[in-house]
Ligand binder design. Sequence first.
Ligand SMILES: [Zn+2]
Length: 75
Amino acid sequence: MEGQSVAESLSEREMVERLVETEKRIDCIETTLSAVTDEIDGLSLSSRCSKCENAMLIIKDGVLYCPSCGDGHSL
Ligand SMILES: [Zn+2]
């Protein structure tokens, strides 16, 4: 990293640390979430909502729906 100022390399390192920390938290949440959904009969998770991308689609009692935007349909 020749020619970089200390401030630039520090902030870059901070960003990488934040990214790593965020990925760890997402892994943690996903693991917990899948364990929680396994505990609930008739409920499972699908892919991320293609409409709003703010949530994963929930499949419950044969109905697929998005908890964020409410988009959904029967399977
Ligand atoms: Zn949605």
